[in-house]
Design a protein around this ligand. Structure first.
Ligand code: GAL
Ligand code: CA
Length: 347
């Protein structure tokens, strides 16, 4: 049953992507009623595994409450800027923006200010100064460093529990790291804090490779292909800033004879998307960190809807704002022991 559901979801995503290829990037969500406010939403690119779940949560939350104008910014900030202009001209009552370039917040804020519109950024955190520069702006996301710390704990615990993973017996972890988009607060913090946390637990490390796979599965696989060709079994751990790249690593490892005849390589990711949970169940990934797509999508919609209706952003919600005007949804470290928590969050 689960397999069938997963297949259906995959098929829907393929069909959606195919449909997007033929139409202009902007397409109003179905079922928009005259009585509900228009909300303009951008996703930095639809072709991002994790963001497709955030998008789904926004759409679910907005059903019958808002007319969502959803845009695929196709990983192009200029495209996104035009989409924002277009949505303003269509009379949206608020904006929910997943930036392409985290540094582009000021230009979006200027557009919103010019039209006297509230704007909720999500997933790519703008600088604190940008958030502070306009009263009617907020952020929904996470505390990025938390995911690195939790991933580091998983690496350290699993390493200590499996002495044979130290293939060259030098007591250090020879690791390779697949980094997300450079300059992205999540990528920078995960890269820094995962290693800090491993060291804090008393384990020495040696970095064999660190490169960006841009959150992308195919790029992750290509990098690991090259690294295996260069270092082979000198690599003792593969750390990925997200699950899509970790999944790329797993498929590279499989193609290189790992996970059979006693050949093994530990891999960790972040997000806890369903495909990664399957790999953890199968013993091909050690763990991941739940990046709660459902609650981040829901919080984004809740805030954008409230401000579109002229209400306080938090009215009637369970969220709280920190001193940067951010809602921060907690991460959860995920291994085989607590997979159910992650499964629930991606239902
Ligand atoms: C991160 C997530 C990545 C990617 C990125 C896009 O939070 O872990 O998989 O989706 O956001 O900004
Ligand atoms: Ca070693």
């Amino acid at each position: 049953m689960k397999k069938i559901l997963a297949l259906l979801l995959a098929l829907t995503m393929v069909l959606t992507l195919a449909a997007c290829g033929q139409k202009p990037a902007e397409a109003p969500a179905a079922g928009g009623d005259a009585g509900v406010p228009k909300i303009g939403v951008t996703i930095y690119k639809f072709d991002d595994n994790f963001m497709s779940f955030v998008r789904r949560a926004i759409e679910t939350g907005g059903k019958d409450k808002a007319e969502l104008i959803l845009n695929d910014s196709q990983n192009n900030q200029a495209t996104q800027n035009e989409q924002v202009d277009m949505m303003i001209s269509k009379g949206v009552k608020s904006l929910a923006i997943n930036l392409v370039d985290p540094q582009a917040a000021p230009s979006i804020i200027e557009k919103a200010r010019g039209a006297n519109l509230p704007v909720v950024f999500f997933n790519k955190e703008p600088d604190a100064a940008a958030l502070a520069s306009y009263d009617h702006t907020w952020y929904v996301g996470t505390t990025s460093s938390e995911s690195g710390v939790m991933q580091g704990k998983i690496v350290a615990d699993s390493w200590k529990a499996n002495p044979d993973w130290d293939k060259n017996g030098d007591g250090k972890i020879q690791y390779v790291l697949l980094k997300g988009e450079p300059g992205h607060p999540d990528a920078e913090a995960r890269t820094k804090y995962v290693i800090e946390e491993i060291k804090k637990s008393g384990i020495e490390v040696e970095e064999l490779e660190l490169q960006t796979g841009m959150w992308d599965s195919v790029k992750g696989k290509e990098l690991v292909d090259a690294w295996l060709a260069k270092h082979g079994d000198k690599i003792e751990y593969i750390i990925a800033n997200n699950d899509a790249m970790a999944l790329g690593a797993v498929s590279s490892l499989k193609a290189n004879g790992y996970f059979e005849n006693g050949k093994f390589m530990p891999v960790v990711g972040v997000d806890a998307i369903p495909d990664a949970l399957e790999q953890i169940k199968g013993g091909l990934m050690v763990g991941t960190v739940l990046n709660d797509a459902k609650n981040q999508g829901q919080a984004t919609l809740d805030l954008a809807l409230n401000v579109a209706n002229g209400k306080d952003p938090l009215e009637g919600t369970k969220w709280t704002l920190d001193d940067k005007k951010a809602v921060r949804v907690p991460y959860v470290g995920i291994t085989l022991d607590n997979l159910a928590i992650a499964e629930e969050a991606y239902k």
